[in-house]
Design a protein around this ligand. Structure first.
Ligand code: AMP
Ligand code: MN
Ligand code: MN
Ligand code: MN
Length: 289
């Protein structure tokens, strides 16, 4: 049994390789019933995804993955059920995209100093005029053979201590959660087991998150082991957070993270979708078979 909800996914509106409509099609084919499009710092792909979902047996949740700096570390907050016409939200996301532009220029300058010219143009050739993520630099550097593949590019160029690393200066936790709430959405801490944090520090993050109005924790993630999911389920319970499930799918080229293959939430979790009014769909369908 796989989870019918997949609430963390990327498209070409950020650093995914599928267009929003191809992503929706692929998710529907894989048996996903409720899909959230959560591009980095953008909801640009949502209208196309909503339109594609309307033609298929799948429900589309309007979302985003917002870049946050908390205690000098980057933390990602997944936003679900957004009113994408909310001005406060869109102003906030726009400011993050502007910071991305400045960071991309700085990354490019640093790569140039280490012997790789024109990296910004190269990254842009992969981002198709939309926002630039480190993933676009990674794709370009892999293409020109600076390292063997994207993963190796991150390791050798784009992470802390490496020549093309530039620390992001993103939104504060309170700002990001504030924009999400203003847009009527739910804020969820993304892939909590992937941060380089001690258990104590993660729990400090969760306490701060709850304090500013966050409501959910991504207990099941494409990047979590079974043990990590159980650990996160306990943290969610301790902090009164709802549990979410998301693959963090970016591309069919990554064999490790597939659509429609997420495990169910651990027993006892309160799902983030519990009040969405969608829960009856499956049993009714099952009964009518
Ligand atoms: P950014 O938000 O521009 O700093 O880029 C972050 C994105 O880079 C993440 O959402 C992942 O898609 C990707 N990423 C981060 N670390 C790695 C890694 N070690 N290997 C491959 N992709 C990575
Ligand atoms: Mn990404
Ligand atoms: Mn992330
Ligand atoms: Mn993501």
């Amino acid at each position: 049994m796989f989870c019918e909800y997949d609430l963390h996914n990327h498209s070409t509106a950020s650093d995914g390789t599928l267009t929003p409509s191809s992503l929706v099609q692929m998710a529907a084919d894989a048996g996903v019933r409720v899909l959230a499009l959560t591009d980095h710092d953008s909801t640009e792909g949502v209208p196309e995804a909503v339109e594609a979902a309307a033609r298929l047996d799948i429900h589309l949740i309007a979302g985003a993955e917002i870049s946050v700096t908390w205690q000098r570390q980057t933390v990602h907050i997944v936003a679900l059920n957004l009113d994408i016409d909310c001005g406060v939200l869109q102003e906030g996301l726009k400011s993050l995209r502007q910071r991305r532009d400045r960071r991309a220029e700085e990354i490019s300058r640093r790569l140039e100093k280490s012997g790789i010219p024109d990296a910004l143009e190269g990254a842009r050739s992969f981002s198709d005029g939309r926002l630039i993520s480190r993933t676009h630099f990674a794709r370009y550097l892999a293409k020109i053979g600076a390292a063997s593949d994207e993963r190796a590019v991150f390791k050798h160029f784009l992470v802390n201590g490496k020549p093309g690393h530039v620390a992001g200066q993103w939104a504060s936790l309170g700002e990001a959660v504030g924009w999400i709430r203003e847009a009527g959405g739910q804020a969820v801490v993304a892939h909590p087991a992937r941060y380089r944090m001690t258990r104590t520090k993660l729990r400090r993050l969760l306490a701060d998150f709850v304090e500013v109005g966050g409501v959910g924790l991504e207990v099941v993630s494409g990047s979590h082991s079974k043990d990590e999911a159980f650990t996160m389920a306990r943290h969610a319970e301790d902090f009164g957070l709802l549990a979410s499930a998301g693959s963090d799918f970016h591309t069919p080229e990554n064999p490790w993270i597939a659509l429609g293959r997420l495990p169910l939430l651990p027993d006892g979790c309160a799902p983030v979708w519990q009040d969405w009014g969608l829960a009856l769909e499956s049993p009714i369908r099952a009964m009518s078979v």
